[in-house]
Design a protein around this ligand. Sequence first.
Ligand code: ATP
Ligand code: MG
Length: 417
Amino acid sequence: MSHIDRSGNVIRVIGDLNDFHFLLAQIHQCIENAGFNDLVLDMSECTSAFQNSMLSVCAQVLAYREAGIDISLIPPRNTRLSNLFRNTNWGYFLDPHKFDISHFRGHTRIPATRYANPDEQQNAVNKIVNVILGALPDLQRSNLASFEWAVNEITDNVLVHSQSSIGGLVQVSTFQKNSKSVQFVVADAGVGIPETLRTGRPEIRSDTEALDQAIREGVTRDSNIGQGNGLFGTYRVCTKSNGHFQVDSGHARLEANPKQGLSIRNQNIPYAGTLVVATIDFSDPSLLEDALRFGGRAYRPTDYVETMYEGNEGEQIQFKLIDECHAFGSRVAGKPLRQKLLNIINICEHNGIGIDFDGAPVVSSSFADEVFGKLFLQLGPIQFMQRVKLINMTDTVEGLVNKAIAQRMQHGTADLD
Ligand SMILES: Nc1ncnc2c1ncn2[C@@H]1O[C@H](COP(=O)(O)OP(=O)(O)OP(=O)(O)O)[C@@H](O)[C@H]1O
Ligand SMILES: [Mg+2]
């Protein structure tokens, strides 16, 4: 539990920050009621925080800063948490004087990214999908396509509907402890779903009713602009996969989870914008096969692998190592690369793949083993030889990769996570 208090223009967060409503209410009061133009967010005693709360706080702080309010952060004293603030970009968004923008290249987390136009949105989504390809094992096409479709729709809504002065923030985390799932969070500081939806549907009386309507098929503020698929489809992908779905906007929160089903509650403290938290569980890929259905018909969106890699059937996929990987020295760098290769090889079942070493530096033995030794073992010799071509290798690299594969064949399947 957290304790949040305010003394003058200093707002303190003590303990675990679970829900963001009270913190945002304190910030609101400090600025709007007490009239402060500068504000200190003291999180030195904060012990834990999660992306769903933090992204909404970041969006609101960015909007206040854009409106001329000076906000500074006292970062958490807890080293693990302050590193998280740095790596996720929360620190940068809350206080750009104290934190630089994060260049963190984690394999399970992607820093929060701000986007304000369609190009930035596309870049953010591509970066996210790219990391997911390397982060999760055994991805099926329906997993990847549904996830990518949903991230696209929810991030797009911010640009199309929200009128958010700061654009949107998007962040993604993967979880693999109990289930294989991915959570993405999108936050904006715009006018909120109830307000936009009411423009086309004036009969909507409450914010709870607005959220209830917004996730239904075909409900849009303006059928000249949208089809009302985005929230409906994302809700379906999350719930069909036994994941979670949550929307906060205005005075309402909509939540769906496998235990309690769908609930929509009134919130005394409003959220000035929209926050969508979508968790998709990939543990049973068959659940997602027909998750996307519109007008009674199954819908198959194009996906990143199709756009970036897959040519026509039977064509060889071009996979340039130097574009895919930034470090060639360690197992830590090698593992996501192998995961990605395996996912692409599985998803594009009718294509071979040409892994091109042109321009890549000499790899280390551990990298060669992590990527090629283990890939050889996982695919098996026949599949490896039929599907994978290694192109433009120097003699040195060829020697290293040969040795890695030979040793893996001797040592069997140990440590193939
Ligand atoms: N971030 C947001 N800010 C404000 N309003 C939103 C936001 N996201 C959705 N809405 C409202 O919810 C409605 C439904 O959204 P949804 O994504 O389901 O459909 P759409 O965007 O209208 O159409 P489509 O997604 O098919 O292009 C929108 O028309 C809009 O009124
Ligand atoms: Mg939409």
